[in-house]
Design a protein around this ligand. Structure first.
Ligand code: ZN
Length: 251
């Protein structure tokens, strides 16, 4: 079975559409979303509707949680974006659609096990909120041990917006160090991040996602019209211009 993994869309419709078009060309059996569908970007409703329509299942991200319930440990920019996003949901005139979207948000999964695979938005310990940074393999080896203790084989996460593979040595490998793909052994424990569709933070501004089968995962980057999104962000007072600017730099 071929599965496309998308994460951290962050209401960036232009990036999501470009990624979905590429997925359709490759022909996969299903799409899984690792969360943060909304928050930060200018098209939350369109992105949620697409994920609702196209994904087999989707995980609960901290920004999805923030819009549905409340922002926790958000900076001012993120909090303002969350409240603006909630307003978009509330101002939907079609009551049925409004309810359907809230229900979908409320039913996002916190953890999903599937044979050897665990899917979460952030980490196996704190599935909605804990960051697993590349630097943790050096600065926080005990944290990495505790994380690997909680998984059987493979764990798929988003949240940091940084694409790559964590091994239990512990070590971290960005796709460039892996030739763009990673093949796992049956006894390997790995944490894999497909990167962010809508707000990459690894200095490569192209949308990031991945396609996997039973043996390996391939990391894919897709160009899209970033300037169009920058302009949309600028036109919305409640969204800081920085949220557009950072897209240009992939940070
Ligand atoms: Zn995110």
């Amino acid at each position: 079975m071929r599965t496309a993994l998308i994460s951290d869309i962050h209401a960036n419709l232009d990036a999501l559409q470009a990624v979905l078009a590429d997925i359709d060309e490759r022909g996969v059996d299903r799409i899984i979303c690792l969360g943060d569908i909304i928050g930060y970007g200018p098209n939350p409703l369109e992105c949620l509707d697409l994920v609702m329509d196209r994904c087999a299942f989707a995980m609960m991200g901290n920004h999805d949680f923030a819009v549905l319930y409340e922002p926790t440990s958000f900076n001012t920019t993120a909090e303002q974006a969350a409240f603006w996003t909630r307003k978009q949901f509330e101002e939907e005139p079609d009551a049925g659609l409004r309810k359907k979207r809230y229900e979908f948000l409320g039913n996002l999964l916190v953890r999903k096990w599937e044979e050897g695979n665990l899917y979460v938005h952030a980490s196996p310990r704190r599935p909605i909120n804990e960051y697993i940074f590349p630097d943790d393999v050096i600065s926080a080896p005990n944290k990495m041990t505790a994380i690997f203790d909680r998984i059987d084989a493979r764990c798929f996460v988003g949240h940091t917006h940084v694409t790559g593979v964590f091994t239990d040595e512990p070590d971290f490998y960005p796709p460039a160090d892996l030739g763009g793909a990673y093949k796992w052994g049956s006894d390997d424990k790995v944490v894999i991040n497909p990167g962010s569709v809508g707000q990459p933070r690894d200095r490569d501004p192209r949308a990031s996602y991945a396609v996997m089968d039973d043996e390996q995962i391939e990391f894919i980057r897709i160009e899209y019209d970033i300037n169009a999104v920058v302009e949309k962000v600028k036109a919305i007072d409640e969204l800081s211009d920085f949220l557009g600017q950072r897209l240009l730099e992939g940070r």
